[in-house]
Design a protein. Structure first.
Lengths: 331, 331
């Protein structure tokens, strides 16, 4: 539905927004009806199942008001891709509800839609449709669609006792970037500072893993709310525990350096969020397969511990006490 | 994704909201994972195609701040059902992104979720998942899913010359209700006043028609942006025209009475929105079928004119000149 006459006037209308900026994002798929219909359709190939996830990013909550349109576009897409990945699915398309505030203009929309276009090419997805409304605050709500083989969804509940716990990429960089932007942390070296800020602005979920390793993952979750909180969600929440080797937790060289200089609180890294890396479990017999995949697709994957029956999070080599597991449940 | 630590604190958290209010809405479907996963899955029956639509309702744009949680719930669901209906599909499920403002409390959420529960039972749909974020303004973004037979979607583009033009229900009541609420129209009789206000708050799209008549509709659109504007979208936008018999346009007895007393501007009714009735075209050979359906399912359906090649909207019995076709394109 287009906003009705009760909406605030801004010098753009839905027709122009669709034609100038959004039409290019349908990648000429027939079933999107070129935005001329109220909806779109998806045909699911035989033996496949549709997986759906929804993530909403909102000004002053998930991004800063003056963040570049490009970073807002990338973050919107990638946080959603991250969810599809954690279900072991291949992303195919998405719908987008854009709530536009008054300060959004043609230039902003051009940059935003061009960034989406590049993202779509990179991840082989297309825009099927959506809605445009006027709002006091900018918000982007994406519903993303993916495919899995029938009954092959990966659930958070599936970890077995003695399964290895694996994690992709590094954690903590993005959270430090966020703290720098919030002026809660200062780093004088500009290059290093930008490295962390960019980690926050441009998360890089290893989307391909969802598809390539889904047969051997017993449970998975993307780390969006903080490593510890998300680890709980695949272990304690289902009456299992975990043993984690603290020194195995993957950190970037730059982050390690800062921790060693005691410039940073290690606790903070374990509970900070916005990593969009994958935390998953798999039977020990799959270790070689996982390492082979890691080399072949150049995705860093680290074994950090194992699932046990303790119903606790246990850390070896670090005293866990007093750590907030997740800041993120308050809204 | 749940809102992260940047979000405003309100005395509710995502965990409680899901468990106290939203879990009941999954209707115990296994594939929604009881909100424990990042997403959900849908299996599409053989020969069927998934249809998707998205409608976002936002405070001060699509509803008033102090509207009852029930009316906001119903409007959110029914505007989306209206889109599914206009594609000739049967609704099956929906995902919901809730942006909650500070003044949302337990009571509000209980009333809102109870209303959704009743709607779901009425229309045989369930909630598959979604997202909860904190926001300055309340907004509800629903992505709704429906099923059609493969390649049986109804498009806006499909009308043929000489097809009859049909419309369900009445138009104008809802728009008048909106004007009363905005204090742009005064009606002293309380009962009549409430009738119009309720038409605005509780739209009643005849959802069943999408499924039962989809084989004989050549084009369809739900009237959300105003009758004239929406009529254009299935005729002029595709190089066709239409001839409309003004006296056939279905109006409620109460609305007719007000027009006759010259209390109301007829033009306004033709371009007002929020009706959520169906405007569709069909070959003249289907007239008896449509009238039979109308009786059987007790859905008012009126033949109001026909598609022609004029590339214009022509009115017989009323001078169309000077009417705004739709207020609704400005955002």
């Amino acid at each position: 539905m287009i906003p009705n006459k009760k909406s605030k006037k801004i010098p753009l209308n839905e027709f122009n927004i669709i034609n100038k900026f959004l039409k290019k994002l349908n990648f000429n798929k027939k079933t999107v009806f070129n935005f001329e219909n109220d909806g779109a359709s998806i045909t699911i190939p035989k033996g496949k199942e549709l997986v759906i996830s929804n993530d909403t990013l909102i000004e002053n909550v998930h991004f800063f008001k003056n963040d570049s349109p490009k970073s807002i576009a990338l973050k919107s897409i990638r946080t959603n891709l991250s969810d599809i990945m954690s279900m072991g699915a291949i992303p195919i398309s998405y719908s987008m509800s854009l709530s536009l505030s008054k300060n959004i203009d043609n230039l902003w929309l051009r940059k935003f839609s061009n960034a989406l276009y590049q993202e779509q090419k990179k991840y082989k997805i297309y825009l099927i449709g959506g809605d445009i409304v006027a709002s006091k605050v900018l918000s982007i709500s994406i519903t993303i669609f993916g495919l899995t083989n029938k009954n092959k969804n990966i659930l958070r509940s599936g970890a077995k006792i003695n399964d290895d716990i694996w994690i992709t990429g590094n954690i903590g960089d993005s959270h430090l970037g966020f703290k720098i932007l919030k002026k809660k942390e200062t780093i004088s070296n500009k290059k290093i500072k930008n490295y962390f800020i960019n980690s926050y602005y441009f998360p890089k979920p290893p989307v391909i893993i969802g598809n390539k390793l889904n047969k051997i993952m017993t449970s998975a979750i993307d780390i969006s709310d903080g490593f510890l909180g998300d680890l709980e969600k695949i272990s304690i929440n289902f009456n299992k525990g975990s043993t984690i080797f603290a020194d195995k937790i993957p950190l970037s060289r730059k982050l390690k350096m800062l921790i060693n200089k005691k410039k940073l609180d290690y606790k903070d890294i374990l509970s900070g969020g916005d990593d969009y890396q994958l935390l998953f479990t798999s039977s020990p017999i799959n270790e070689r397969k996982i390492r082979r995949f890691s080399k072949l697709y150049d995705v860093k994957i680290t074994k950090i511990g194992f699932i046990d029956s303790s119903k606790k999070l246990k850390f070896i080599g670090y005293k866990l006490k007093g750590i907030k597991k997740s800041y993120t449940h308050k809204i």
